[in-house]
Design a protein around this ligand. Structure first.
Ligand code: PLP
Length: 350
């Protein structure tokens, strides 16, 4: 049983999503043939960008080949030498790499600690261009950034907030529009990015926001300009997935019910977890070798959830990152809990 995928809604194998990819391939070919600004922009790309803007209720959207590329491309367009970046200590590696590439000074703040952000903002030279960077839903901890507080600090101190909602897109918020919808801060945070390869079951990434911001990125973001456009199939699949997110809310209902069943069961067994509020349920082990041994025991009991170790997570915080999807059955979750119990005992975790 697979308990580590980010395909939270099972959309990678949804018949409509698969069929959209097949149709787009038949109609437009396997590849886009050129970069977006030369002649690689095809109807599926344009359709996806307008669907994303409508889904997010923003003026514009722009597609990137991947989330990693989007962060490498967007952050250096927003800030450069002389600027200051404040980033959550646990933000995703692609955000860290984008920050480094920008040439701005780079400081980390304590995980989810908006008071720490404020003290760093107060200490900087006034009017220095400043970018606050965070995940919306943290990929390795399953917890949420304090977006309302960060948005109001950004406003108060004249900084820009950059949110990466790779994991929140499709699952968070009453209609799956993401962590920004979850907090009801769409108006305060119109500009943000997310990916298409997790709950949307496809591949690629998006950034949404005001038209002038998107136009600016089209003209400055090198990983958008100097790369072949994503295949028409992945763009068409992502558009179809957005339609399913709207049309089949029962997938989110099942996801959250499954999440609760697994979370309650793991807690009852006595596992130590992060302060997660999402379908990402990290079991904290600490020692990397012990985490590997636990993952091996789980696999021996037919549960696949590999150990996550440094440098993906901080030293001594190795963990098993368990994720659950809408497609698991309650019976499967109970079987998995039995496997966790046996593997935990065999590894000497309790
Ligand atoms: C997965 C992830 C990315 C990278 O997205 P890809 O499309 O897989 O390159 C970026 N940011 C966060 C927070 C992620 O979880």
């Amino acid at each position: 049983m697979l308990l580590s995928s980010n395909d939270y809604l099972g959309l990678a194998t949804h018949p409509d999503v698969v069929q959209a990819a097949v149709r787009a391939t038949e109609q437009y070919g396997a590849g886009a043939g050129a970069s977006r600004l030369v002649c690689g922009t095809l109807p599926p790309h344009e359709h996806l960008e307008s669907s994303l803007a409508a889904f997010k209720q923003t003026e514009s959207a722009l597609l990137f080949g991947s989330g990693y590329l989007a962060n490498l491309g967007i952050i250096p367009s927003l800030i450069g030498q002389g600027g200051l970046i404040l980033a959550d200590r646990l933000c995703h590696a692609s955000l860290t790499d984008g920050c480094r590439l920008s040439g701005a000074d780079f400081r980390v703040f304590r995980h989810r600690d908006s008071a720490h952000v404020e003290s760093l903002l107060k200490r900087r030279q006034s009017h220095r261009p400043t970018l606050i960077v965070t995940d919306g839903l943290f990929s390795m901890d399953g917890d949420l950034a304090p977006l309302p507080e960060l948005a109001s600090l950004a406003e108060q101190y004249g900084a820009t907030l950059y949110v990466d909602d790779a994991h929140g897109t499709g699952i968070m918020g009453p209609t799956g529009r993401g962590t920004i919808e979850h907090f009801g801060v769409e108006r305060e945070i119109p500009f943000h990015m997310g990916t298409l390869g997790k709950a949307l079951g496809s591949s690629g990434a998006y950034v949404v926001g005001p038209r002038d911001m998107i136009e600016y990125l089209i003209n400055t973001s090198r990983p958008f300009i100097f790369t072949t456009a994503p295949p028409p199939s992945t763009a068409a699949a992502a558009s179809a997935a957005l339609a399913v997110v709207e049309r089949e809310p029962e997938r989110r209902t099942r996801l959250w019910a499954n999440r609760q069943r697994l979370f309650d069961g793991l807690q009852r067994l006595g596992f130590r977890m992060t302060s997660t509020v999402s379908p990402i349920l990290p079991i904290l082990i600490g020692d990397a070798a012990k985490a590997l041994a636990f993952a091996e025991q789980l696999l021996a009991h037919e549960v696949y959830a590999p150990a996550i170790r440094p440098p993906t997570v901080l030293d001594e915080t190795s963990r098993i990152r368990v994720t659950v999807t809408s497609e698991h059955t309650p019976e499967q979750i109970d079987e998995a809990l039995h496997a966790f119990d046996l593997a935990g005992r065999a590894t000497g975790l309790f």
